[in-house]
Design a protein around this ligand. Sequence first.
Ligand code: CA
Length: 219
Amino acid sequence: MRVLLVEDDPMIGDSVRKGLRSEGFTVDWVEDGRAAELALDGAEYALVLLDLGLPRKDGLSVLRGWRQRDVGVPVLILTARDAVSDRVAGLDSGADDYLVKPFDLSELLARMRALMRRRAGRARDLVEWGDLRLDLLARTVEYRERPVALSGREFALLKALAESPGAVLSREQLEERLYGWGEEVESNAIEVHVHNLRRKLAPALIRTIRGVGYRLENS
Ligand code: CA
């Protein structure tokens, strides 16, 4: 899952990025409001973690701009401003949730999962599709009631497909979700992950739609 982190404090930014990466997230980190706007124009994110006090353009203005343009990405505000009026302004500007610094990584992760569930209309951290079952909290996969060990990227790819059942996702869309900036992506990376998933799960589970992309089959 690809996340945009907007934070100008180097210590906080670095620790959040490290923490999220260790949980398998792909994290792009920018340090001012304008860079956040450019980032969101250029890539698809599952979630934005947004500081409010930022150089060049403050977080609330950035958020209002997105919502005025109907950009619906879930936004979780991370800020030291703990006054009630700031929290209200943040939520009224279109934030989905609010976390006051200093916070615990475990609470941030729990709130992110809650936002993802709400976004997907799920009450639990489970994605099920036919015989496939993904536990997003434990990051485990079962197929036909058998646990299957996947790499982080394989899990992310399978999750992307399982969350859009029946939809065809292109190689470019999958690369977007799996890789952040500056990460070297081999031209056949997605094909290799798909090959491994077919080998570990079932060959017919992921269908190649020639010239378009990949789709999860209900097998
Ligand atoms: Ca700040």
